[in-house]
Structure formats: C-alpha cells, structure tokens
Design a protein around this ligand. Sequence first.
Ligand code: GDP
Length: 294
Amino acid sequence: MFELLTEKFSNIVEKLKKAKRLDEKTIDEALKDIRRALLEADVNIDVVKQFLSDVKEKLVGQEVIKGLNAGETVIKLIYDELLNILGEEAPLNRSEKPPTVIMLVGLQGTGKTTTAGKLARWLKSKGYAVGVVSTDVRRPAAGKQLCTLAESIGVPCFFEENEKDAVKLTEKVIQKAKDAGLSHIILDTAGRLHIDQELMDELVQIKEKVNPAEILYVADAMQGQDAINTAEEFHNRLGLTGVILTKLDGDAKGGIALSVRKVLGVPIKFIGVGEKIEDFEPFHPDRIAQRILG
Ligand code: GDP
C-alpha cells in the first residue's frame, strides 16, 4: 500500500533536509520530484497539476515555518495537500426510515461480493441488524457465494434462484428483509466483465425501486486509472454516493486512492486491505496521508 510514494517522498525529504533555505532552485527541484513521484504512482494528471499548483502557491514567498527546517516545511505542505485531495472522512448515509439500503455496483472480479460480506460484518460489529441480498439473476453462483459468506458471519442472506427478473427479485427480497426488521440491507448487484447497456439499465431500475441511501462503486485499486474511467460511466448513469477501494494491499502505487475524490467528486468510504473478511476498514484520509509520508 503506497510503498512507491512513501519511498519517493522519503527521498525528496532527504534531499530537502540538506537545504537550509527554501530558495527558488530548491522549490523548483522539489516540485519536479513531487510531480514525477505522483505520476509514477498513477495519480490522475489533473489532480497532479492541482496538487503542484497548490503546493507552489503556498511555498513561494513562504519563510521556513518557525521551528521547522526547509524539509519539514515542505513535508507539512505536502501532508496538508494530500489531505486536501483525499477529502474529508465520509460516514455512511442512513435512510430516515429503515432499512437503509446500500447498493454495491461495479465490474465482475473487483471484489464486490467479498466486499458485501466485509461491509455486513463491519455493520454487524457496530450493532446493526444487517442482511445481504444478491440481485445477480444470471449467475446463481454469485448469490450462493454471498449466502455462504453471510452464513459464516451470521447475517441473513436473501436470494431466490428461480426469480430471473432482477428488479422483481430485488422488490421481493427487500420486502422480506423489511419484514425481518433489518436496519441495513446490502445489495450485491450483478457485475459484468465490461460495461454494457443492459447492466446499466437494470441498475437504474433497481435504484428507482429501492431508493438506496448509498450507491457505492467497488473499485479494484490495482486497475488504477481504468477503474476511475469505468467508475465515471457508472456515476453518469447512477449518481454514485461513494467508492469502496478493494485490493489496496496489493497496490504499491495508490494512484486511484489519490484521484477518486477530485475526479469523481465522491468520497472513498471504505478500503479492502486483504482477502480475509476482517481485512476491511473505513477510509481515514489522515491515516493514509501519514502512511504515504512514512
Ligand atoms: P466480484 O466478482 O466482484 O464479486 O469479486 P469477488 O468478491 O468474488 O472477489 C474476486 C477476488 O478478489 C477474490 O479472490 C477475493 O478474495 C479477492 N479480493 C476481494 N477483495 C480483496 C482485497 O481487499 N484484497 C485482496 N488481496 N483480494 C481481494
């Protein structure tokens, strides 16, 4: 997770530590190094530009902050700018009237089903009565995988193998979940290898039926900018409320984590950091910024 940036930034800091003053040459060199580091980490180009112009604006004409040397001053500015692009911590939305429906959307293989289980376990640990639902009518195996996961964490799973209409299935299982008095329902929707119109139409219809409090795009961090491009298409059709980043444990770059907020304009709400059900946590921008800076 973020190993590349941590290494690059630590080199930048080492270089800056040797500089006592923040003269123009020192600043220019540092900005160039930061630019290279962010681009190598696969951060979106517009986000990189914004990052650099903000840091530059704050640096130029700035005295070394009292008590800090040049290196520490720049690091403080980088930290602040990382927080700026990562955005504020964003808790889960809740519906005024239960159940709160959380729709997970995304392509196949990104970790959607695993994430539905992880999120259910997390909500259960907070004391909520949570259930999971699969609306994937084409791949019954996906529904079974979800129900096996749900069983292992002790939450109810609703799935009807014989119902082949995703919207009808959703209506039925939501009613069942309501009858069961659940506070939260997680909808694991069908994924495809690529976006197709049918998938999008189905998701739009499900959204209209269930009025979800959250539509979270599940993105595989290792897919970098591709994942953001796909997320944008989902966002245009569905109006995402946030992103869950999976497989951050296997992603040394982290570019997507730094790009989502500025590019899509929605927050990252949770991160998946391993294959195990407990490898999941809310997204804390301050911890991520600290981690990146080593
Ligand atoms: P789906 O097709 O989107 O529902 O994907 P699955 O939930 O079946 O997950 C696909 C693969 O990704 C599985 O092997 C999961 O164990 C793995 N996976 C999911 N989340 C994570 C994660 O945060 N880290 C790692 N390393 N693997 C993950």
